[in-house]
Design a protein around this ligand. Structure first.
Ligand SMILES: NC(=O)c1ccc[n+]([C@@H]2O[C@H](COP(=O)([O-])OP(=O)(O)OC[C@H]3O[C@@H](n4cnc5c(N)ncnc54)[C@H](OP(=O)(O)O)[C@@H]3O)[C@@H](O)[C@H]2O)c1
Length: 249
């Protein structure tokens, strides 16, 4: 498929649903070859079939980003098959909201293993390849929760704050290698993200919050990602924060 990203190879983590799925479709529609990663293989296979039938090039690789060896395999399989990695979309994430007091600390470990360490592992694995190519773009999905902390969201806030800090330091380490770094900070997007909350009170509150405004769609975020990665090489879109119009905080 011809487009602004023809000849580019992109990896999208968390591509089995929501923002990652929409982003994989949008990048493929711009001509990118996409490696799609997540744990749910059946969903990846359905997406692979959609992209292929639309004329796109795609490879699905079942990956748990909290496992460093699996992330290494994701990057090396993509590179072996397609010969390069131009774009990494670090999107896989969970939002396990709940108060600090009384929390199930397993939620904390999952949050940091996926939202923070998973993103760091993938970045670590692609950097040598991008440096050798002399070009690359890493897009990290943070959140409005990476900019504004709230009661009941401390650990999710902390994980997304970490994404912001890591991304800015990364940018300073790699800009001279022609590697661009972007963080995307969505507000409320209609996806399955809140459904995985394990704390029943926090789940109820999240449902009410999501239900209180007209949410963004995953495609709205995919459009912002496509905008960032299709700018000329001298333009480094560092940060995009997007809320639904009706969202206040
Ligand atoms: N929806 C919102 O309101 C919103 C707002 C701000 C930021 N975000 C961020 O956007 C990103 C995508 O979320 P979404 O809203 O699209 O939710 P989603 O539909 O639940 O998607 C999350 C994705 O992450 C993947 N994932 C979770 N754990 C994983 C693991 N251990 N290894 C690999 N993949 C894993 C899931 O796939 P599997 O379960 O198949 O592994 C799924 O594809 C997240 O980083 C989230 O924090 C979302």
């Amino acid at each position: 498929m011809a487009g602004k990203l023809t000849d580019k190879v992109a990896i999208v983590t968390g591509a089995s649903s929501g923002i990652g799925e929409a982003t994989a479709l949008a990048l493929a529609a711009e001509g990118a070859t996409v490696a799609i990663a997540a744990r749910r293989s059946d969903r990846l296979q359905t997406l692979e079939a959609r992209i292929t039938s639309a004329g796109g090039k795609v490879l699905s690789i079942t990956t748990d980003v909290s496992d460093e060896a699996q992330v290494e395999a994701l990057v090396s399989k993509t590179h072996s098959k397609f010969g390069r990695v131009d774009i990494l979309i670090n999107n896989a994430g969970v939002m396990l909201l709940g108060s600090i007091d009384g929390a199930d600390t397993e939620d904390w470990r999952r949050t940091f293993n996926i939202n923070v360490l998973g993103l760091m592992y993938a970045t670590h694995k692609v950097l040598p390849l991008m440096k050798a190519q002399g070009i690359g773009h890493i897009v990290n999905i943070s959140s409005v929760a990476g900019r504004i902390a709230n009661a009941g969201s401390a650990v999710y806030n902390a994980s997304k704050w970490a994404v912001g800090a890591f991304s800015e330091a990364l940018r300073k380490e790699v800009y001279q290698n022609n590697i661009r770094v972007t963080i995307i900070e969505p507000g409320l997007v209609a996806t399955e993200l809140p459904q995985h909350i394990t704390d029943s009170k926090a789940l109820e509150q999240a449902k009410n919050f999501y239900g209180s405004v007209k949410n963004l769609e995953s495609e709205d975020i995919a459009n912002a990602i496509v905008y960032a990665v299709t700018q000329p090489q001298h333009v480094n879109v560092n940060e995009i924060l997007i809320r639904p119009t009706e969202q206040e905080r």
